[in-house]
Design a protein around this ligand. Sequence first.
Ligand SMILES: *Cc1c(COP(=O)(O)O)cnc(C)c1O
Length: 373
Amino acid sequence: MQIPLVDLQAQYRTIKQDVLSAIEETLESMQLFLGPQTQAFERDFATYCDCRYGVGVATGTDALALALRACDIGDGDEVITVANTFIATVEAIALVGATPVFVDIDPETYTMDWQQLGSVLTSRTRAIIPVHLYGYPVEMQPVLEFARAHELLVIEDASQAHGATYQGKRVGSFGDIGCFSLYYSKNLGAYGEAGICVTNNEILADKLRMLRDHGSRERYRHEILGVNARPDEIQAAVLRVKLAHLDQWNTARQLHAQTYTEQLKNLVEALPVVRSGGTHVFYVYVVQVRERDLFRQILAQEGIATGIHYPIPIHLQPACTTYGFVRGMLPVTEAVTENIVSLPMYPELTTEQLHKVVDATTKYATVAVERPL
Ligand SMILES: *Cc1c(COP(=O)(O)O)cnc(C)c1O
């Protein structure tokens, strides 16, 4: 039995008929962009996120970059975020001409350490991008208080946390704009590329709608210079089918995570932490192990895939050398990067598969204990 990190075929089998008829309906209409599917998805996803407006875009990277542009963030501005994230968070900042500034992370939740925000604040700081990483919500209250005190905008990168809540509210609804990737492997994913911004601010929603479609409200009249980041009707049709299952899929992920957490307790160095006030939707299930190569090798021998999210923090990426970031500037991020490993996680995981992962981890723990450090 092979156990992949994510099994999209297993999920497809459960929704195939609905997906195929939604795609067929869209093709019959031949309205392939900005049509009824997109409008319905935008409305339903915004409502799902406790927000008034949803603006679909082509990718999660577009969602972030257009959110920054809608907030007039660009040349000379600084945006605070974390280096323990997917590169797109930082690419979006660079794309609009702003400069990324990093704070370190909480060693238990792997998300933004809000206590460090003050130490990187300058007169050029304009915004904060908290990243709800791995499916776990950033502690938003102190982030929002800091932003309010210093007149900063907050753009949430919720690309890994569709449906996660903090203090009873969905992520994406706390900041000025919430950004989601709908990349095919995310908790809510298209069968291709897609993204969406949610907001309660009508002016920002209107600007996002223009920016994604060449800066126009009206055909061939361009009020601002935008881009082509239009969402695709076929993807919106697929996403509407999937959105109806999202809560149930997230619950399944939470149950699998609970099993892992109970069974792996004494076998690995660190397990995911869920603090009161937040719900985790386990886009990935990340543990820390002392001997990661050995761990991955033993699991691979049993046919179990593992991943690393992410092996190189952004400040140490070759693409970022021009910024002059140095090793040592984010000690917690750098330390956890050495030991984190992601286990198979998807709603359709079976009890048998979960047990296999636990058994393989038990094997690792036995071998690791016998080896000198
Ligand atoms: C996936 C992801 C993105 C980018 O989304 P794309 O749809 O691939 O452009 C941005 N931020 C985070 C944290 C992500 O995981």
